[in-house]
Design a protein around this ligand. Structure first.
Ligand code: NAD
Length: 273
């Protein structure tokens, strides 16, 4: 457990952000936003299980955290494979302790090998939607289902799901992705209702254009980047740390009275949306 009880009124900010004794599972943490989230949670004292279905990426990030003095293990698994998720959660429980923080970060916006064809939705087939729904929605359902018995049993837990502005306001041409991310936000709100009495919070962080390897096609194209940023009040591309800082706050004792919310981290894009 953390150094700060949920009822504490005198805690310092450092105590409120202290994750000592917590066990975090971060999905899709082999690179990009998820890797930074894993490093931030470890830096605050959490033992971190680094998930990615690309095992070498998960091993690399877990190794970096250990080199920096933190506690981390790699738990490769495909979040869309429920039995594999359950095994991963059992392994985390055995090696680090029961998961008290779940960050659903793994996502597929079309860059993964299993991604549907792009094009008008009215010309699409179910096979084009399935990969988006699988990772961005079914994966979140699977991971929440796997960790929640432990959280409910202990009377403490944090669920944080990384969604997208596409899930908040919708994105033309990304209908299945938008629907899946919006679905994940709906799931967090529903879980917030059912889990509040167990001191388990459930929130989303909705991020805008963020500089990760997967988004290099956009962030490496100055003209395209300028076009996207014309809708942002703060005209820079997001950094993984922008999202990771908010996720860390929601995962910490500082977030104990915040649940059922979606936080936009997007340079003010949401003001006009
Ligand atoms: N980068 C952006 O601009 C942006 C914008 C909006 C939302 N997001 C969301 O933020 C999250 C992180 O984005 P990112 O750009 O860092 O992603 P990324 O593609 O750079 O990294 C995601 C990681 O998840 C892993 N992964 C993919 N499918 C998986 C699965 N089924 N099981 C386990 N691991 C899996 C990948 O191997 C990869 O290492 C995603 O949910 C994404 O949808 C990103």
């Amino acid at each position: 457990m953390t150094a700060v009880s949920e009822a504490s009124t005198e805690a310092s900010l450092a105590q409120l952000l202290d994750l000592s004794g917590q066990v975090a599972l971060v999905t899709g943490a082999g690179q990009g936003v998820g890797a930074t989230i894993a490093r931030y949670l470890a830096a605050q004292g959490a033992a971190v299980a680094v998930n990615d279905y690309r095992a070498e990426r998960a091993e690399s990030v877990a190794g970096q955290i250990r080199e920096d003095g933190g506690t981390a293990i790699a738990v490769p698994a495909d979040v869309t494979d429920y039995p594999a998720v359950r095994s991963a959660v059992e392994r985390v429980s055995g090696e680090l302790g029961p998961v008290s923080i779940l960050v659903n970060n793994a996502g597929n916006a079309g860059a993964e090998p299993r991604a549907g064809r792009r094009g008008p939705f009215w010309e699409s087939e179910p096979a084009d939607w399935e990969p988006f729904l699988a990772v961005n929605l079914h994966g979140v359902l699977a991971c929440c289902r796997a960790v929640l018995p432990g959280m409910v049993h202990s009377g403490h837990g944090r669920l944080v799901t990384v969604i997208s502005d596409a899930g908040r306001v919708g994105e033309a041409g990304m209908e299945a992705y938008s629907a899946a991310k919006a679905g994940a936000a709906g799931l967090m709100r529903a879980l917030a209702r059912s889990l509040g009495r167990h001191q388990v919070t459930a929130n989303c962080v909705a991020i805008g254009l963020t500089d990760t390897p997967t988004l290099a096609a956009v962030t490496g194209n100055p003209e395209l980047t300028r076009k996207v940023l014309s809708n942002y009040l703060i005209r820079r591309v997001g950094r993984p740390s922008d999202a990771a800082a908010v996720v860390t706050l929601l995962a910490s004792p500082a977030g104990s009275w915040i649940t059922g919310q979606t936080y936009p981290v997007n340079g003010g894009f949401s003001v006009s949306q």
